[in-house]
Design a protein around this ligand. Structure first.
Ligand SMILES: [Zn+2]
Ligand SMILES: [Zn+2]
Length: 123
């Protein structure tokens, strides 16, 4: 599978450990990560809060950032951000529901997941 940003062949990387381990496709050139919808489910075990349960809103169009094409379906992806966190914009494929995370965005998603978990505990 090719990186939607640099068109380079991506490498498969194992994340997590033991039964929770799952494979993701990463680009060595830009350090972006492609997550299939099912990989996101597996990641939920590590994130504690379901990433898919996070509500996403369409992100404001940013002229400097081109629309990426889904490496799986060849369809233009939507730019979305978690409802309460407009500073983290990720690319989501409307067709296969896969996510493209640029370098560092996975860590931001983990932070958001942590914050949502804390919110859910203190509500
Ligand atoms: Zn890349
Ligand atoms: Zn797709």
């Amino acid at each position: 599978m090719k990186c939607p940003r640099c068109d380079q062949e991506m490498a498969t990387q194992l994340k997590g450990q033991g039964a929770d381990a799952f494979e993701v496709d990463t680009c060595a050139a830009c350090n972006g990560i492609w997550l299939d919808a099912e990989e996101l489910n597996k990641m939920d075990d590590n994130l504690f809060v379901s990433v898919e349960e996070i509500s996403y809103s369409p992100a404001a169009a940013d002229e400097s950032d081109n629309t990426l094409v889904c490496p799986r379906c060849d369809k233009p992806m939507d730019k979305v951000h978690p409802e309460q966190f407009s500073d983290v914009v990720v690319d989501n494929c409307p067709e296969c529901k896969g996510f493209w995370l640029d370098a560092g965005e996975l860590d931001k998603m983990k932070d958001i997941s942590d914050q949502l978990l804390i919110q859910s505990l203190t509500e």
